[in-house]
Write a protein that binds this ligand. Sequence first.
Ligand code: PMP
Length: 361
Amino acid sequence: MSCFRPAVDQMHGYVPGEQPTEAGWVKLNTNENPYPPSPRVIEAIERAARGRLNIYPDPLVRSFSRAAAELFGLEPEWFLPANGSDENLTILMRAFVDAGERIAYPYPSYVLYETLGEIQGAVVSRIPLARDWSFPDASRTVVESAKLAFIPNPNSPSGNRWSDDELDRLVPPRGMLILDEAYGDFADAPHRGERLSGALGKQLVITRTFSKSYSLAGLRFGFCIAHPDTIAGLRKVKDSYNCDTLSIAGATAALLDQEWMLANRAKIIATRTRLTAALERLGFTVVPSQANFVWAEQAAISHEEIYRQLKDRRILVRYMKFPFCGPEQREFRDGLRISVGTDAEIDALLAALAEIVAAHP
Ligand code: PMP
C-alpha cells in the first residue's frame, strides 16, 4: 500500500548531477563557477552569523530587494528572493498551475520543469526543438493552451540564447512565460529586466540565480523579477522565511560587488572561447555558447564511453541523453555538457580528451 499521491507514486524524481564529497575531482558537471565568491560575501556572512541568528529573517527580504531594485532600475516590489532559482520555479508552479492544467517547456532543456509539473499533477507538453536548437514554427501551437511556458535562456544543455522576438511568440495567450535566466549573466549582452516594461511585460517572469555568475551555488539564493501584482501573488505561496539570514547577507553583498562578478564572468568567457576551439580541433561539434558551459558532440566514440574514461581520470562532465525526443527529433541522441572551469581544469580536461581520442583506432 502506498499513501503517496498517485502523481508522486508515478514519477521518477529529478536526478541532480554527481556531487562527490571528497577532494581531487576536476568538477565540470554542474555548471558551478570555478572561482570563489567576493571576499565581501564572506565578511557579510560572518557579520550576520555574529548578529542575531535567534530571530527570524525579514520575510520580505527587503535589504536584498532594495539593492536589486537599484541595479535593475526597478522598484523593490518587482523582486521575489528565494532559496535558489529552483525554489522560485516551485513557487511559480504552485501559484499558477492547477492539477490538469498544461505547462510547456522546450526539449531538450532543463527537465526539472517537467518534474515540478508532475508533482503538481500538471499536463506536461514538451516543445520539440529543431536540431539546430531553434524553435520550429509549430512551437506556437504547443504553448497555445499552456498556463505556464518555462524557457531557459541561455538554454541548458546547449548554451545557445534565443532572441527576444522568438520568445515573444511563445508567450501563452492565456498564461505566463517564465524566462529562466540562470545563465543570463554569461550572455554577450546580459538583460537587465528591460522586457518587463514592454507590451507583454505582465505575462513575463524572469528568474535569476546566485549559483552561477556569483559563485554561490552552496549558499542557495535566487530571485525572480515580475510585475508587482505577480510578485504579490507569489508571496502568498512562498514559505514565510524562505531565505535565511546568512544567505540574505551573502547574496546582497555579492550583488553589490558587481566588479567581482564581472571579472569572473570575463575569465569564464575567455576560457569558454579557448575550450570551444580546442574541442573543435579534437573533432567535436560545439554549439556557440552564451553560458558557462558548452555542449559538445562527436560521432567517433560513444559519448558515454568518453564520460566514463574521463571519470576514471577523476574528471566529471555531464553525459546527457534525451529519451523523450519525438520521432522527428531522433537525431538528438546524446552528448557531453562541459562546464567552463579554471584554465588549469580545462587544460586537464583537454589533455585527457586528447589521450582518449588518440587511443581510439
Ligand atoms: N535553471 C536552470 C536552467 C539551471 O540549469 C539551474 C541549475 N541546475 C537552475 C535553474 C537552478 O538554479 P539554483 O541553483 O538557483 O536553484
